[in-house]
Design a binder for this molecule. Structure first.
Ligand SMILES: [Fe+2]
Ligand SMILES: [Fe+2]
Length: 507
């Protein structure tokens, strides 16, 4: 599963935001120093050689080295993150999360190494958490940072870890972190994550074998810890994930997979109360997923947004064409009122999802998927009914325009599905012209001005949608009428009746 990083246009960071970020940075550096001091204190409790005060008196330069290295590594990490994605620092929760992940990893590894076994340390925990929330590239930076911080703790405190053990923990931390990023980071099922966690034992076992001169059975407890350390990291990661999701309101692949289930509460409600909207959403979801894959966006996020994009229609499902039979509720309404009911579904969807604490990324798509497009049908109807001037603004969605590539995909996929469904003949040429018009109309009306979608992306999206919709709504072959009375001798009366029924149903 791809990480849920969302493409937006870079905006400058305000001075206020920079000050907030610097403050969060300083507080977290102080917290990590506190963890180191706490570690030195706990180490001194178990040692008769070096007491807590004595350590600082005799090793102050060591401690200073530790602090300066910590500040240097943390600053390099922040600079890397800044040049990788400037938007990252627009939300201080991101920088809080990065440091919290590093701190938890440091504390858990210290406690397990100190009180259980050094080979059991779940060194991949930071990489696993960061790959879910920030993606693979960020996770590689964070893996390096967290490995170095554990190395600092081992090397520059009174941990008692020396020589080959010290350097092998550096190797284990870095290699299990990288393995976890690429083999577990993309997994959306918990069970798969757990069995792939077994892979993390490989670098541990390699180090353990060399450290024990190939006599691995000489330390059975160490061997068992070596083999299960990776699994411990995966279990700790899966346990912490929901806590991070709820504290920081962050999306993960696991959360998206849950929201995609037809048994999730709002989807279930849509199936029961607005089946037409549900079927429309399924087709839009398939289109959005293919488009997102084709332009390198998060396919699972696009699919989930598509499932929920029209959830606001649950308030008045009967006013939307896909849920109507012969009766059209708008026939009895003034066009102004009809337009206000239709356009409110975008805001209603946003409010419903926010009220139920759904991820904001999905709620935003509800609000943005029609942008500020006009509802030409009701506008034309109003113009017909009145001699006076009709203001087009009254017949436009309030916006905002799509802010992300995923919102733009949803806008195009949504309109394309509805337009193609209403075509009488759906040849490839007609589908192409309809989709092309949808994209160019929206481009001419400036609907893509606030998101980073490119002309190339739009070209790819058009190609994907035309291909998919031609496939979905292909022309059916008209079967020739054959008089079956001549072959009646080969069929029983019931079989003939059934064949006629099937023909009527078009099966
Ligand atoms: Fe909609
Ligand atoms: Fe829709």
């Amino acid at each position: 599963m791809k990480q849920t990083k969302i493409a937006r246009i870079d905006k400058p960071i305000s001075a206020r935001q920079i000050i907030k970020d610097l403050l969060v940075f300083a507080i977290n550096i102080a917290v990590i120093i506190g963890v180191y001091v706490g570690g030195i204190y706990l180490n001194s409790l178990g040692s008769s050689d070096v007491g807590f005060g004595e350590y600082f008196a005799g090793n102050f330069s060591n401690f200073l080295h530790l602090i300066l290295s910590l500040i240097l590594f943390a600053t390099i990490l922040v600079i890397c993150l800044y040049y990788d994605d400037k938007n990252f620092f627009r939300e201080e929760k991101n920088i809080e999360m990065v440091f919290l992940i590093i701190e938890i990893n440091l504390i858990v590894c210290y406690l397990v190494g100190r009180y259980v076994n050094i080979y059991l340390r779940p060194m991949a925990l930071a990489s696993l958490l960061s790959v879910q929330f920030f993606g693979k590239r960020f996770a590689v930076y964070l893996n390096l940072m967290s490995t170095l911080l554990i190395f600092l703790m081992d090397a520059f405190t009174n941990s008692g870890i020396i020589g080959a053990d010290l350097y092998s923990s550096l190797f284990i931390g870095y290699s299990t972190g990288i393995l976890s990023i690429y083999f577990i980071g993309g997994v959306s099922e918990r069970f798969t994550a757990i069995w792939r966690g077994a892979l993390l034992a490989l670098p541990n076992l390699l180090c353990f074998t060399f450290l024990h001169n190939f006599d691995i059975l000489s330390d059975i407890q160490g061997l068992v810890c070596t083999l299960i350390a990776g699994e411990l990291a995966v279990v700790a990661y899966l346990s912490l994930l929901p806590i991070f999701e709820s504290i920081f309101k962050k999306l993960t692949g696991y959360k998206l997979a849950e929201l995609n289930l037809h048994s999730s509460p709002l989807i279930k409600k849509m199936i029961e109360e607005a089946p037409g909207t549900f079927n429309h959403s399924i087709v839009v979801a398939n289109l959005a997923e293919s488009c997102a894959t084709a332009i390198g966006e998060d396919a699972l996020l696009a699919r989930t947004c598509a499932y929920y994009h029209d959830i606001g229609k649950l308030r008045t499902p009967e006013f939307f064409k896909e849920n109507q039979d012969e009766h059209n509720a708008h026939d009895e309404l003034m066009p102004e009122l009809s337009a206000s009911i239709i356009k409110s579904h975008a805001k209603d969807g946003y409010e419903l999802l926010m009220r139920r604490r759904y991820p904001k990324e999905i709620a935003n798509v509800c609000l943005e998927h029609h942008g500020t497009m006009p509802m030409l049908y009701f506008y034309a109807k109003a113009k017909k009914l009145t001699d006076g001037e009709v203001k087009i603004e009254q017949y436009c969605y309030p916006g905002p325009k799509p802010q992300t590539k995923i919102s733009a995909i949803l806008m195009i996929a949504d309109s394309s599905e509805a337009a193609i469904r209403s075509l009488e003949t759906r040849t490839r040429e007609k589908v192409f012209h309809a989709v092309d018009k949808i994209i160019s109309d929206r481009r001419n009306l400036g609907q893509f001005d606030e998101c980073p979608i490119t002309m190339h992306d739009l070209h790819v999206i058009r190609h994907v949608i035309v291909n998919s919709l031609t496939g979905i709504y292909h022309q059916r072959i008209e079967y020739p009428k054959v008089d079956i009375t001549g072959i009646a001798g080969y069929m029983t009366e019931t079989e003939i009746e059934k064949t006629e029924e099937d023909d009527e149903k078009g099966e």
